[in-house]
Structure formats: C-alpha cells, structure tokens
Write a protein that binds this ligand. Structure first.
Ligand code: GDG
Length: 725
C-alpha cells in the first residue's frame, strides 16, 4: 500500500548520550504533534536527523533499530556536516537572507557545497524507502534542494513542500549566488505551501523572474508538470494548550510562581534566541515605557523566557550577550527590593510551566522583526481560558495576518510599541474578552490538524489535476490513431495556429520567422494535393504573407478578420466597424507615454499594446491598469479585450478565429479535420470544429481541445510523421 513519508531536518526526537548509553526523548513541538496523525500510522515514516552526531557504527545501528519501532528513519550527519550544512548554510546564509537580515548573511562556496551534499544524502536515504505511489512531505529551508533530487529518481512521486520561515521578496532572494538552483530544487515539488499570501507571491515573483515561469492563480507549469503554490497558515494543537492551561499541575505552578513574584502585572515574552525575534528592541521599549510612565514602576514586570538556540553561531552568542547586558542595565536602573522589572530566564521549561506563564500574564509581547508565523502568540491565546489578556503582535509575523484582533505594531516603531504596552495594560476587561473571543474561535477552527489535512488535500488535488491533464496527453497510441486516419482520408483540412504551436515564443518577433525545419515540414505538407493547410493566427496579414507566401496554403490573419483562400487575395469576412479605434488608441498611447519600452501595433481591425520590452513586473502592472481602463470604455461597444503573451489586444467582438475557421469549414468536404493551437484565442477554433475532428492543445491549461501535447515540437513531430511513408 502506498505510504506517506515526512522529511525534515530534525526528527521529532532527540537522542542524547550519557556515560556511553543512548537515550531518546520525543520532542513536544507543534509540528511533531500535528504530523503524529500521519507518520505513526501503518508503514508511514518520518525521515530526518536524530539531533546528535554519532560516530560509532554500533550506536548508529542501535538508534536505527530503536527509531524503526517508532516509524522513524535516521539520516546521520557528521559533526562537519552539522557545522557547514546546518549551522553554516542553513542558519548563516538562508536564515538571514529569508528574514531580511542580509547584513548577517555569509556567502561561502564551501558551505553551499555542504548544503548540496547533505540534501543529496537525504535523497539517497529516501531512495531506500520510496516505493511507487508514495507521497512525500518535505519541510523547511534546510531541504530546499531535496524535492528536485527526489524527483530525479522518482519522477512520478507525489511531493509536497512546506516552508516554515518567510519567503523573502525577490530583492532579497536575488542576493543569493545560488538563487536559481535553490528555486529549481523547490520546483521539484508538486505542491508548495507557505504561511502567508505574501510569502507565496514573493516565491511566485522569484519563479517568474529567475526561471521565467509565469503562474495562473499559483499554478505553474514546470517541464510540463503542473506545480501549485498556496498560502496555508499553520495552526496549533489548540486543545492541547487549552487542556494544559486547565491541568492541576499548571494551576499549582501558577500559585507557586505568583507567590514568588508578588502582585504585579506581567508582560510575557517567549522566544528562541534569535535576532529575528526582536528581543533587544522589546527590552529597550520596556525601559523607555518605564521612563515615560513612572506610575507603572513596581506595578508591571516583563517575564522573559529565551530558549537557548544555535549559540555556537557567533551572531547568536553576541545577541545573548546583548540581552544579558540590557536586562542587567534595566534591572540595575529600576529594581526595588520588592520588584524586579525584568524576570529573565535563559533556558527552556516543561509545557506546564509554559502554560502557567501564559495564564499569569496580562499581556503577551510578541514583536519579531520578521517571523514566518510565530506559534507562541497562538499558544498564549489558547491558554487564556477566562479570555482575559491582551496580545501585542508585530505586523512582521505571519500570524498577524490571521490575528487582526491583536494590537498590531511595527517593531521598528518604538513609540508605537510603548503606546501599545500602555493601551494593553489599561484595556477594560470586557474589551479584552471581546478580542480574545474572536481570536480563540479562529484558532480553534484553523488548528494544526486542520492545517495537516488541508495540506494533504491540496497536494492530492494537484496530483489529480496532473492526472486529468495526462489522460488527454497525446501518447503513442493516440498519435498512431491520428496518423492512421490521416493516411486513410481522401481530403484533409488542417488548421494550425502559428506562435506557440509551430514555433516557440520569442522576445524578438523577427526570430519567430519560420526556421528551416518548419519550412521543410510545411513544404512537404502543402505539396500533398489532398491537404488544405490553413494557418490561423492573430498576426497581421502582411507578416503572414511575407513569411508564408512560398507555401501553397490558406491564411486566416488577425484572429479571423482577413482570409486568404487558394489563388485569391486577402478578403475581410464581414463589414466591421472601425470607428472605435481613435478613442482606444488615445488611451493606449497614454500608457505608452507612461511605460518606456511599450508600443502600440496597428492592425486593420484591432489595436495591440505590446510590453515584452518593459521592465518585468512594471509591464504586468500597467497591463492590469490598462485592462480595467479598457473594460470601462469598451462596455456596450461590442469590443473584445484579449490578453496574450506580453500583449493586450482590443478588437471587435465580431472577429474571432472560430468565425474565420467556420468560413473555411463551410465549403470543405474534408474527411480528416484537425486543429492545433496553444492559447486562449485558439479555443474559438477548437469550439468551431465538427465532432469527429482532432483538436490538439499545446500546453497543460484547461481547453476545449480533445488532446494535448507539451510543446510545439510535438506538433512538428506529428506533422512530420504525416508526410513520412
Ligand atoms: C519556526 C518559524 C514558525 C518556546 N519556549 C519553550 C517552548 N517553546 C515553543 C513554543 C512554540 C515554539 O517553541 C516556538 O515556535 P515559533 O513559531 O514561535 O518559532 P520558531 O521556533 O522560530 O519556528 C516560525 C514555526 O517555525 C512553525 O512553522 O511559526 O515563524 O521561525 O511552540 O511553545 N516549549 C517548551 N518549553 C519552552 O521553554 N516546552
């Protein structure tokens, strides 16, 4: 039976060694709980590093055996790999870059090599466990290259990827020397999940700029494979935190802690030691708060837990020293015998202690400079059983997108932060309850289990969509069937769109001219007296005439506005009004003035705005503006606004390729009819074709065509086979 494989840098256990004896402790992290419902079932498995560098072969065997029983498989890393891959490239290159701390980022070829090597090591370990039909879910920034590496050996695998940290804007991501490789690695996935819509759109923007791949609502076509990106904010195990907050152990702890601290209001701050969390900024704001509001001295304290993390990395060590100094400074300045302004703990606590801290605190101060999501603020809310308490939350945390009932602040704005503390400490209880209630409802619903099942559903949806597209894919059997019916037929009518169907898309339109290969195909096809080949294109009749006049074929130009039959000149199909042009041209020219690199092409029955030479992004924005402008002025005017590859065309609604094709179909007695096209304008052609014809779409987008192929080369191949004996 197909299984699910979870892959992350760390396994949800930690192995430690004492006096030569190994022991393993399960980790309590939210992810471990959420994914527990998956990896503990049947043959499912979690693959990752067990958290310790083991050198002895016997130890490795023992750990492997022990973990196997718990549905886990270890990937053993050497001390050097941990240093270069984990502490190095992951935490000193990717982490700062993705959190917009580029001044801290280290660019080192050796670290990059280690990162590739360890990702490859994971891929190798996975090769031993992956079987056809398996689903893989890869986690986080340490394994960005892994999806592609898995796909190399397992091309049909279902691969999901979730990024737990922010995906930075292209302006940050582009600084990485290995940006392309990293993106390509990620694009090996079928589905990519991010915490927020902003992370998702940043990723899509990098994909467009670096890999040249556009997207339609998050769907990207990579090597003819559909890949989808989406925003799926991670939730917490709500019930676990609510239950822990109500447990007798927690209540007993709260009484003990309260007795020691006395009757002061508490502002809670809990983070891993990390510069992205804004811990010093928070302390400085609290110091100024005490300066500005002396009435609050002796009445309020910060309760600050900093969990040790990455403290072998120099930047983290420095940060620890900075926090130590600041805490010492504030306590030295304000402390009284009966009051400590900052209660500071550099260690971690058991869950019940954490729950007691959440319960005891009037305010939670969660003010990261940047955070993928931030779970602490969600846990605080779930622990507030009486709904009393106020959350101050940084806009830079992914969770701020869901928790708009918190007091949202910009962590760089110290005055705003100070005012937020004052507002929180003086907020009436009924108001606290009102906001807390709204946030609790939302977190209860979008909990970790919901997140896990949503991720799996989305992944399955992408796989099904790929499958649906594949069933239409023109395979060898279907190809032979079409060739057979072509050969048997007495009269044939073949409609061929030009750009994207017979040639690729070129930035320079001159490069789209028929090349030698295409010329030879067209020559052979048009020589056969049984064939009527029709080129049906949006291009102007002059261009098509110039490029194709040497062949004995018919032409439908400008989306059907002009038709050239055998031995005749171009004729218009209908009498089409053109009096709309001057007004539309004025508007388009306005956009040309605004947008360097753009220009307007005049066709007989349409106007086209071209932006392929405009700065990437700007062209797209201007086009969106132009579209809404056009929609407004074309209402009730029988005009049609069409988007193409880096173009926007406005034409009369009376003209479309379907109508053009119908003129030719009407008089035809062909017993073999085929139409090939690649973009939305070809859909009209497909729809105009009779039932028994062959319609073929180039590309994977939804289409009225019966079959699909992946590239214009496939169309060329098919046409070539028609003429072979
Ligand atoms: C990354 C992203 C994203 C803290 N102190 C103790 C303790 N904790 C637990 C908290 C919470 C977890 O650690 C911290 O999670 P965060 O989400 O706040 O931050 P990161 O570790 O940076 O996580 C982040 C997350 O991935 C998930 O996608 O939200 O943005 O950076 O659960 O409760 N737990 C215990 N004792 C402590 O002293 N037991």
């Amino acid at each position: 039976m197909p299984k699910t494989i979870i892959v992350s840098n760390r396994l949800p256990v930690k192995i430690s060694e004492e006096n030569g004896k190994l022991s393993s402790k399960p980790s309590e992290g939210g992810l471990a709980t959420g994914l527990g419902s998956i990896y503990k079932q049947g043959d499912n498995i979690w693959v990752g590093w067990p958290g310790m560098a083991l050198t002895k072969g016997t130890h490795k065997k023992e750990v492997t055996r022990d973990l196997r029983k718990q549905n886990m498989k270890p990937v053993f890393l050497t001390a050097a790999e941990i240093e270069d891959f984990y502490e190095g490239f992951s935490n000193e290159t990717l982490w700062p870059n993705f959190h917009y701390f580029n001044q801290f980022a280290v660019y080192d070829e050796e670290l990059w090599k280690a990162y590739q090597k360890v990702n490859r090591k994971f891929a190798k370990e996975l090769d031993d466990v992956i079987e056809p039909g398996d689903t893989l879910w890869v986690h986080d920034y340490q394994l960005l290259l892994l999806p592609q590496m898995i796909r190399e050996h397992n091309p049909r695998s279902t691969i999901g990827f979730f990024l737990h940290i922010p995906f930075p804007s292209y302006e940050s991501f582009r600084l990485l020397p290995w940006r392309r490789e990293l993106l390509e690695g990620m694009l090996g996935s079928d589905f990519l999940g991010f915490h927020t819509y902003d992370d998702m759109r940043h990723f899509l923007s990098s994909v467009s700029r670096l890999a040249g791949l556009g997207n339609e609502n998050g769907k990207i076509t990579v090597d003819n494979r559909l890949v989808m990106a989406d925003a799926l904010p991670m939730g917490i195990d709500y019930d676990k935190y609510a239950e822990s907050a109500a447990s007798p152990d927690t209540l007993a702890r709260e009484v003990r802690y309260r007795t020691s601290i006395g009757d002061v209001k508490l502002i809670l701050s809990i983070d891993r030691l990390d510069y992205s969390k804004g811990i010093p900024q928070r302390l400085r704001a609290f110091e100024t708060f005490l300066d500005m509001y002396p009435d609050f001295r002796e009445k309020v304290s910060i309760f600050m837990v900093v969990v040790p993390s990455r403290d072998t990395v120099p930047k983290y060590r420095q940060l620890k020293e900075e926090i130590d100094l600041l805490v010492g400074h504030i306590n030295g300045k304000y402390a009284r015998l009966n009051w400590t302004p900052v209660h500071y703990f550099y260690r971690s606590f058991p869950l019940n202690a954490l729950s007691a801290f959440y319960r005891m605190s009037q305010v939670a101060l969660v003010t990261p400079m940047r955070d993928g999501m931030n779970l602490v603020c969600k846990e605080y809310i779930a622990s507030k059983l009486d709904k009393k308490g106020v959350l101050i939350l940084s806009e830079m945390a992914g969770s701020s997108k869901e928790l708009s009932d918190a007091i949202l602040i910009n962590p760089n704005n110290i005055n705003q932060l100070i005012e937020a503390m004052h507002t929180a400490l003086t907020m009436p209880e009924d108001e606290q309850v009102k906001h807390m209630d709204i946030m609790q409802r939302s977190l209860k619903r979008y909990n970790i289990h919901h997140w896990v099942s949503l991720f799996m559903e989305r992944l399955e949806y992408v796989k099904k969509s790929q499958e649906a597209l594949r069933t239409k894919l023109l395979d060898e059997g279907l190809t032979n069937q079409i060739i057979g019916s072509y050969k048997k037929s007495k009269e044939r009518l073949i409609f061929l769109d030009y750009d994207g169907t017979l040639t690729g898309f070129n930035l320079d339109p001159d490069e789209s001219k028929p090349d030698e290969e295409l010329k030879s195909i067209l020559k052979k096809l048009t020589k056969d007296k049984k064939n009527n080949i029709v080129i049906i294109s949006g291009r102007s009749r002059d261009t098509l005439e110039a490029w194709l006049s040497e062949f004995n074929l018919e032409i439908v130009a400008e989306h059907g506005a002009w038709i050239r039959r055998h031995g005749e000149k171009f004729k218009t199909v209908t009498k089409i009004a053109n009096n709309w042009k001057s007004e539309i041209l004025k508007v388009m020219e306005g956009y040309v003035n605004l947008t360097p690199g753009s220009f307007v092409e005049h066709k007989d029955y349409s106007l086209v705005w071209h932006y392929r030479k405009v700065e990437t992004g700007l062209g797209e924005i201007r086009t969106r503006e132009l579209i809404s402008h056009m929609k407004y002025i074309t209402t009730n005017r029988n005009l049609h606004v069409m988007e193409g590859d880096k173009v926007l065309e406005v034409k009369s609604s009376e003209i479309n390729k379907g109508k053009g094709a119908s003129v030719i179909l009407d008089k035809s007695k062909a017993d073999f009819i085929m139409a090939c096209g690649d973009d939305s304008t070809d859909e009209d052609t497909f729809k105009a074709m009779p039932q028994n014809s062959y319609t073929i779409k180039v590309g994977s987008a939804a289409s009225a065509a019966k079959y699909s192929v992946t590239s214009f080369y496939d169309i060329r191949d098919l046409l070539r086979k028609f003429t072979e004996r």
